[in-house]
Design a protein around this ligand. Structure first.
Ligand code: AMP
Length: 287
């Protein structure tokens, strides 16, 4: 595995034509969710490139940029054993040599709701850095996790509307044994918060069961999820929403493919999770 810190260095290696590239953009502090993306990227392409970049553009002024967990040595070991051929680890000064850039990629409308409403500017930062990374790496395919469902929607739209020649591959959420979606931020939870955190998955599982039993009223499902979260955790609920998968608009009835997504704040970390209710599930439930 090559470790590359500069854009010029990476372009030079890639110009030697390593074959089709599968690309996994990350912020590091790897867990099994990241490694699953890397293994798949390696399996489906001649060359797997992963990046580690804690992107200041996607953190608000009061967010956890400085607290974001980092362990480059461990990440290098894990990336190597997961099939990564090239690990790109640029410094902030390499990606933004003139400080905050003048040029941004702004994906509108679908960035206003869900995580976007509590984190203004977050998805502009994500879209901008991923656009830049795609220009540098020029992969055949980019591998993203379903855990960050809004990010998937935003980047899929950006790729389509700006004609990036890249396939977006979405991989399932990898979970701990108790259901908690793996996240680098989980490491910041206190023991008590960690014990409460599986409630997110349990509430989403309960929502799935309600849909499968024929419940179509989104408000009732949201109410049930909120109650479960309030009963089982001390976290503050940021949002619980049922939205259309494509444009992330709120739905009142569970018909078609619907994303049920939530975010909560513990004092130590903000957690998100979601579940996708496929149209086929709805039809089954309606019988
Ligand atoms: P991050 O380092 O948190 O920016 O995540 C990098 C990539 O890994 C994104 O595409 C995430 O959606 C994906 N990812 C993060 N956590 C998980 C998980 N638990 N399961 C699957 N993919 C994940």
């Amino acid at each position: 595995m090559r470790i590359v810190k500069t854009i010029t260095g990476l372009r030079k290696i890639l110009s030697r034509n390593p074959g089709p590239v599968g690309f996994v953009p990350t912020m590091g502090y790897f867990h099994e969710g990241h490694l699953a993306l890397m293994r798949r990227a390696k399996k489906e392409n001649a060359c797997c490139v992963a990046s580690i970049f804690v992107n200041p553009l996607q953190f608000g002024p009061s967010e956890d940029l400085d607290l974001y967990p980092r362990d480059l040595e461990r990440d290098q070991r894990l990336a190597r054993s997961s099939g990564v051929d090239i690990l790109f680890v640029p410094e902030v000064s390499e990606m933004y040599p003139a400080g905050e850039p003048f040029s941004f990629v702004d994906v509108k409308h679908i960035t206003d709701s869900l995580c976007g409403s509590a984190r203004p500017g977050h998805f502009r930062g994500v879209a901008t850095v991923v656009a830049k990374l795609l220009h540098i790496v020029q992969p055949r395919a980019m591998y993203l996790g379903q855990k960050d469902a809004q990010q998937v929607a935003v980047l899929t739209r950006m790729v389509r509307e700006l004609s990036f020649p890249v396939k977006v591959v979405v991989c399932s959420t990898v979970r701990e044994a108790d259901g908690l979606a793996m996240s680098s931020r989980n490491s910041r939870l206190t023991p008590s918060e960690r014990l409460q955190a599986p409630a997110l998955y349990q509430a989403l599982s309960r929502a799935r069961a309600l849909c499968a039993a024929g419940e179509r009223d989104a408000a009732k499902i949201i109410f049930k999820i909120k109650k479960l979260l309030l009963d089982a955790t001390s976290a503050t609920i940021e949002y619980v929403a049922c939205v259309n998968v494509v444009d992330l608009q709120t739905v009142r009835r569970i018909n078609g493919d619907v994303l049920i997504a939530l975010a909560v704040r513990f004092p130590s970390a903000r957690l998100i999770d979601n579940t996708l209710i496929k149209y086929a599930d709805g039809k089954k439930a309606a019988k």
